[in-house]
Design a protein. Structure first.
Length: 288
């Protein structure tokens, strides 16, 4: 007795909707299965295993190819780009040297230095929300997750940053700035300090370095096609928690010593070291 087997095919619109998400998963599996191979070699092996295939399979292979490293040479180039000599790393180092100018030329005490580092966190949070929105934009199914995760990140990271900023202003700004804010977010005290100490130019340059990294690594480098939305959401916390616990501890010591120049220079050097290390690790992880 023979039975007819019927193949149930999903509607074309469902296939198109799910293709980017499945392609991203398949690409990660192929990278693990064929380490060191580029997109052309991996796709050739996938074609050999699947045969001619249908139009839907051809589109899937094209979508997978977009999420694979172009070739071993390009992969090696990206790996080399995740050193301190990469363009984004050099821009980050240069931008972080501006607080030195404030300390040496404008005699900044510890407060404007700490305020600048906190405001940089605000910039990083805004750009991370943008990174989450730009993650694999052709994956329509992923936008459903973004509708929940992006607002959640903005609220959670915003509360975390507000508490941190209130601590910075009240502890390092003293009564002059700390008493200006009655709420959770230190808006008035921070804005007054930015004006009094001329922090805005240094903040603009630091923000520019992070925008450059967004363009150079995330968009031009193709990280937005390979990133996991959940991993991207948690990325700023790793930097903020480790770096600023150290920085706040160092800032407390510098303030206790009367904000001597050598202590502030050591504080800035410490921040650059942690910042650069976090930057390199982040982009090395997303290189493939």
């Amino acid at each position: 007795m023979q039975t007819d087997k019927k193949t149930i095919q999903a509607p074309p619109w469902v296939v198109r909707l799910m293709t980017p998400m499945i392609a991203r998963i398949v690409a990660r599996q192929m990278i693990k299965k064929y380490p060191g191979l580029g997109a052309d070699d991996i796709i050739a092996r996938m074609r050999a295993e699947s045969g001619q295939g249908s139009e839907a399979e051809r589109r899937m292979l094209e979508a997978v190819a977009l999420r694979l490293p172009a070739n071993p040479a390009a992969e090696a180039q990206r790996d080399a780009a995740t050193t301190w000599r990469s363009p984004s790393s050099l821009v980050l180092i240069a931008a972080n040297l501006l607080p030195l100018y404030g300390v040496l030329v404008f005699d900044w005490p510890v407060f404007p230095v700490m305020l600048l580092f906190w405001l940089e966190n605000v910039v990083i949070g805004v750009l991370n929300a943008l990174r989450m929105l730009l993650a694999d934009p052709t994956d329509l199914a992923l936008w459903g997750a973004k509708l929940f995760m992006v607002p959640f990140f903005c609220f959670h990271y915003g509360m975390f940053t507000a508490i941190h900023g209130s601590f910075v202003v009240s502890l390092f700004g003293g009564k002059e700035y700390g008493r200006m804010d009655q709420g959770l977010v230190p808006v008035e005290g921070a804005l007054r300090a930015v004006t009094d100490f001329g922090v805005a130019p240094a903040l603009a340059v630091l923000a520019g370095s992070h925008v450059f990294s967004l363009l150079w690594n995330y968009l031009i480098g193709g990280e937005f096609r390979r990133v996991s939305l959940s991993e991207q959401m948690g990325q700023p916390y790793k930097r903020v928690i480790v770096l600023h616990l150290t920085i706040i501890f160092g800032g407390g010591i510098a303030m206790a010593l009367g904000s001597p120049v050598w202590a502030l220079l050591a504080l800035i050097a410490l921040k650059i070291g942690f910042d650069l290390n976090a930057h390199i690790k982040e982009h090395a992880k997303l290189a493939v």
